[in-house]
Design a binder for this molecule. Sequence first.
Ligand code: SF4
Ligand code: MG
Length: 259
Amino acid sequence: MEEALEGYLRSGMLPHMWCAGCGNGIVLHCLIRALHELELPREKLAVVAGIGCAGRAAGYLNLDTLHATHGRALTFATGVKLANPDLTVVVLMGDGDATAIGGNHLIHAARRDLDLTAVVFNNSIYGMTGGQHSPLTPQGSISTTAPEGSNQRPFDLPHLARGAGAGFVARATTYHHRLLTRLIENGIRHRGFALVEAVTYCPTAFGRHNKMGSPVEGLRWQRDHFVDIEKYMGLPEKDRIGKEPMGLFYPAPEPEWPD
Ligand code: SF4
Ligand code: MG
């Protein structure tokens, strides 16, 4: 099994450039596992990525990949899919890439309901460019552009995507990697626009500014902070404070448009 998974990596590109303890490798591993489980022929797969630490993931995949421009991964992916509808197209973006620079493309990709699977690596910050806050940075968090703590409310990404028209909307963390793998797999199976928010820990930019500790402590934070959506919905209001739901957010309807 491990050998089969390693076959998905472009060994000439290794070692990777991610910091020690970065969660991006776990997200990439979950994606590889999902692709392996789906048994899709390699020549039917295309991976498009944006710019940033998350965007580098495409370069490590031994598949047909495209490292697009900042915020425009979904536009390139739309072109790839329309030119060759037989391809399974997966789009990898960071939180800033997907929801700030690429926010407009994200809502319209969701609205068009094209058969694309977007995996948003949400590390709560712009990691590669030095730790500026993004539209997914939690309120109160410290970043280089909010040294006193961000006073802005973040987007609620799953609800934003659903409101824009995405049929499949899900979230999991790198701690809950089995769930993340299953959600990516089901997102790819879904015939329409699927968005999977992969909550990942950036010890270098986010963790350091916010004194969140080691990569292991970041994973513990994910373990204690995220609850299965069904359990979350059953919690009294006061017990939801400090918790976030994860899982499949809505039953995915059968899309009609892609066909
Ligand atoms: Fe990972 Fe953060 Fe380092 Fe980027 S800056 S590689 S997201 S730990
Ligand atoms: Mg980021």
